[in-house]
Design a protein around this ligand. Structure first.
Ligand code: ATP
Ligand code: MG
Length: 206
């Protein structure tokens, strides 16, 4: 039977309703995801990855959120952030990788043990459900060196509490991490004072 104009109007209306319903469902799905903590990655060869991490720490603290920090590469030198949080120890739970990174001694086994210890700490914090935001500073570096298994780290990140947002920093983020993350920022180096022989500056670089 040939369709009448009335049938066509009804069909068009039906189509429009279906579209609206689909849009609404998409919105609801988005809303559900927005309630979950985010997985974020700051990578690239430009300066600002850790700085952005600490900026987000301040932003979260401003709202009274509970914040944890694990630093996977402990510098031998003092840093402004360590000095600051040492002065206000109640502000955040900060863990600097156990024995430090043994760049000088090239003791790979010791570095692996330190990375694993820091990772156990990170996992406990992520699974506890106690934290709104956790910064895993330079985790990408220990992954790059093969000190931690990428698959195991991905599983640990996925097993975190729903409420916890995590930001991972460091150059050379692994593909699997970038693929899984809600946010990936790659900071591109355009110019750095180091190229012009300017040494690292207190309060800017450390
Ligand atoms: P920052 O801690 O300053 O945000 P970052 O986390 O992006 O830097 P890292 O790879 O962790 O960078 O290196 C930290 C140190 O290396 C800092 O002193 C930083 O200024 C320096 N640095 C970062 N990018 C460059 C670059 N492209 N050339 C030279 N030095 C750099
Ligand atoms: Mg950094």
């Amino acid at each position: 039977m040939p369709s009448t104009p009335k049938d066509e109007t009804a069909a068009a209306h039906n189509e429009a309703m279906k579209r609206q319903q689909e849009e609404h469902r998409t919105k609801m799905r988005e809303k559900k995801q927005a309630d979950r903590g985010l997985l974020m990655v700051n990578t690239g060869d430009g300066k600002g990855k850790s700085t952005a991490g600490f900026g987000t720490v301040i932003r979260a603290l401003g709202w009274g959120h509970r914040v944890g920090i694990v630093q996977f590469v402990k510098g031998a030198w003092k840093t402004g952030e360590k000095e600051f949080f040492n002065r206000y120890p109640d502000l955040v739970d900060m863990h600097v990788m156990g024995d430090g990174f043994t760049w000088d001694t090239q003791d790979r086994d010791k570095d692996i043990a330190s990375a694993e210890k820091a990772w156990v700490q990170s996992r406990e914090m992520m699974e506890s459900g106690q934290y709104d935001f956790i910064l895993l500073d330079e985790l990408n570096i220990v992954l790059r060196y093969g000190y931690l298994d990428v698959g195991a780290v991905m599983a640990g990140l996925a097993a975190r509490s729903d409420r916890t947002s995590v930001m991972v920093t460091g150059r050379n983020a692994p593909e699997a991490l970038m693929a899984a993350a809600d946010l990936v920022s790659e900071i591109q180096a355009v110019r750095h004072p180091f190229e012009n022989g300017i040494k690292a500056k207190q309060g800017i670089d450390y």
